[in-house]
Structures are given as C-alpha cells and as structure tokens.
Design a protein around this ligand. Sequence first.
Ligand SMILES: [Zn+2]
Length: 257
Amino acid sequence: MSKNNHIEFPFKMMASFAVFALIMSGCGNKDAENKDEQSSKTTETFQEDVDSKESLETQNPKKNEQEVVRDAGGYIVGQELPKEATYISDLLIASKRYPLPADFAPGEDPEARAAFEELNAAGILEGYTFNAFSTYRSYDRQVELYANYVNRDGKEAADTYSARPGYSEHQTGLAFDIGEVGSEQFFADEGFGKTEAGKWLAKNAHKYGFIMRYPKGKENVTGYMHESWHFRYVGKDIAKDIYNNKSTLEEYLEIEK
Ligand SMILES: [Zn+2]
C-alpha cells in the first residue's frame, strides 16, 4: 500500500470488513442465510473491557484504548464468559462485548411479560394479535441450539444467524421475539417488518417499554443485522428516549458494540 495514498484507507478497509463480519443475527432461531464475504480476522480500537459497573461509569471511554481481535463471527478472540452479568446504568446487557455467565438463569422477566400483555391488548384494539414466540432461553438451551446449527451448517454459517451460548440477549429474560398470530410465516423473518402488524409494533412498542433492539441502519452500532421481530424490554422512559432519538441501547449507554 503506497504511503502517498490516503492514509485512512487501511482503516476504512478494516472497518468495512468489520461491518461484514459483525452483522449477525442475535436471535438464533432464523434459517441460515450464509454470507460468503469474510475476512478471517478483523481488528478495531475499543474501550478496554472493565468488569464492574462502577468502573464502567467512571472511566473515560477513550482512556484505555487497545486493539481487540474479532473472529469471523464478530466475537472477541480469547474472551471468556464472565463470572457476573454486566449492568450499566441499571440495565442488564448481553452482547458480543458483554456476554453472560453460563449460570445466569433469571427466567422470563415478569415485568417484561406484563408489559408485553399491555402492548398486546393495545394491538388487539387495532386489529393485531401478537405472540411472543421466543422469550427467555437458558444457557443450556442455547448450547443445544447452537450445536445443532453448527452440525447442520458449520460454525461460520451458524455464527451468522445464531448467538453462541452466553451471548444471546434471550438469556436475559428481557428479549421478546414478537410476531402476529396467523402470520407464523413471518416469525423471525425480515418480512415481518413489512407487514401492517410489524409496522404498528415498530411505531408503538416503546410506549410499553420495548425497543427494537437491532434497527435497520444501525448494524455497525449494535453489531447485529436488523431484526424487525426482536424487541428488548428496557422500561417506558428509556424506551421512549431511544425511540424518539432513533437511537440504540449502545448509543443510549454510550457503550461499544
Ligand atoms: Zn430474538
């Protein structure tokens, strides 16, 4: 690479590889859509991982930059599952940067379930009956699912549509995959976002405390491809804030994907 060319070029190239590598499904219940483009390893600069909530809140994010290596699935190479779950500003996080302990097993969150029922009651008044077809999934269940997908399609392909054990937001009990009763063909399908029910949900879920966790156009912020069916309960105030700012949980909390 010539020194006379734009100096930022290698960085941009890496960044675009990172986009390819990191746009993955967080749900793990969608059929494979294998994507061929891969660079085997991508690097990026990021805030050094910190364990405790206090240090996350008090440290300057730019202070401890270091390089991490991501594998083709977008996971940080060498990362082990933590002993404790990560809470930032009292919000439980599950992502490729902040995985969950294997023994973290809260079950479905009752407050999130109640909020879903409230949302559904409002939907029914508009003619949409919703079904939360996948909510809490245990670590062991994710082990099983992921292993099945790897057996069927190979690891590289499985990583594009299924979270590895410990990395699924469904293990928090706060993630709800939502579809419309009678439109099961759109469960965990991108077509759901184009249905009237999907559009209504996208516009109204925040009123009941849910955010669309992986919005379109934010793939490089969340690290996941858009999922029109995957909602995360965060409570009404935060959900409204994120919705009104066309934001994401990562941006709201100012954390790396
Ligand atoms: Zn999901």
